[in-house]
Write a protein that binds this ligand. Sequence first.
Ligand code: ATP
Ligand code: MG
Length: 596
Amino acid sequence: MAHDKASTSAAPPASNFLRGIIERDLEAGTWSQRHFGGTPGDGAHHLAGPPDPAKIRTRFPPEPNGYLHVGHAKSICLNFGLARDFGGVCHLRFDDTNPEKEEQEYVDAIKEAVTWLGFDWNVGGTSHLYYASDYFDFMYRAAEALVGAGLAYVDEQTADEMRVTRGDFTTPGTNSPFRDRTVQENLARFRQMRDGELPDGAAVLRAKIDMASPNINLRDPTMYRIKRATHHNTGDRWCIYPMYAYAHPIEDALENITHSICTLEFEDQRPWYDWLLDKLADMGLLARPLPRQHEFGRLNLSYVVTSKRKLRALVEEGIVSGWDDPRMPTLFGMRRRGYTPASIRAMADGTGASKTNIWLDYAVLDQCLRADLEGLAPRAMAVLDPVPLQLINWAEVFGSADHIEACHAPAHPQRPELGQRNFGLGPQVWIERDDFAEVPAKGFFRLFPGNKVRLKYGMVVECTGCEKDAAGTVTRVLARVVPDTKSGTPGADAVKVKGTITWVGVHDALPATVVLYDRLFTEPQPDAGGRDFRDVLNPKSKQVVTAYLEPGLADTPAERHFQFERHGYFIADRKEHRPSQPVFNRITALKDSWSA
Ligand code: ATP
Ligand code: MG
């Protein structure tokens, strides 16, 4: 990650070198002669099928060993997006070749997250959902074929010996004493590995390439290891498992993938990827043209950690409430927080694809969310830090202390079709504590003794003072309502005011729990330079308040978005919200409060 690049804007059009590669491939007809057998399979299977209806094939290949995070969203949007834009198909493939860490729970969660993001692996009635473990038989057959061709051997050096004979960046490796076994010996030994006749770790199968290669990945890479472990799909059928770098190219080839897109750290693996597929095609096991690997830079988001180990620590140490805590960068966390699929896609697409790892400012995600919700989310008034405002001349003006003045507001200022909000103005309303100042600072235009403000969509009031408790805390603000100033009535603007404040009537307010979420860390790169991310936790990343909302928000279903006027964007929490006991999460404020 020597060449990480900072990027604080997602300004389109983002350059995406992968699009250029695909355009050139399509123009050159590189992939146009391929056949597809309808399901994954070897070369003969595909050649027997009709021409591949998909112009390109990409894949998103998660390992089902954890929950997807914002970095995976980047990869999903890229792979599914390229397939969509170029008449192709994107496969969802569970890369489940490692028996130990994989679970059905993660498989289900990953499917749910990809669907939620807005992508579909069902194309024209065919499901392109695949499991790499379904290819174990072919992988084994391919390994035997390589052994048979003298291109692979069973190595019984110890792990330590292998480390030493591999060499390093400056020293070439040296050949294993087992490298020159005969084909028959290798085949017999490999079958013993498969049949459970050797203990775990006693031997590995290696490709026979070049122990002196300047690329360490070509120094006889390991293909198979012995590991007695129960696999979630194949159970105890196998006690040898393929290495990722051997399995992955084969998975791509069996699925007829054209563009195998991965992150930069796999660049040095590409020669091994190509060597392997080329040999298997030479032997007639795979059809040409073969898939090609292309690497792009990772997406990192500032103020976020995405390493699975660190995310797990946050959950297990109780720093957050779970994998779907609204402060987590997992897709489940982001969903619960209120980020929309469209906002995440916009952020991902806005960063394009490049050959360097990207650091994207978290503020870009918030901008994408605001851009998405501005035109969609209904508006509502909410008072998050309430103090009562008493209109002391109410009975005198309206003839009764119980009078309620009906008020209206558009659900959305630009979308009349969303209808009207209705609420009442009475003698007591809730206002924000910081909308009142006993002694106003310069430039403060809201409530202070002697000043007039408009209660938004209501009437103009003139502040007369306040009441305080023994500690000096304001317990009630006092004002007089100014007659004939109701919003929307003739002459309402005759009284000029400099400030307008939001409010909710005490008589019809809906009490709610509102959780004010903010960034989990105070530093843009929480784990930079080996720092312990626990040292830079933001103590204010979660603040729970009891708020008052407009009465129209009663019976809101979970996951409904709103813009609370002046406060930002909020969502009814997916887990804890009940229509009768509302819980709203703040997604983001209306403006970025973190910019320097
Ligand atoms: P991590 O260790 O960060 O959780 P991973 O690569 O181990 O990620 P996989 O399940 O193997 O997790 O990832 C599936 C796909 O998502 C891979 O193709 C991987 O390259 C891609 N991916 C993971 N993180 C990022 C990221 N930050 N930016 C872009 N792509 C990513
Ligand atoms: Mg991985």
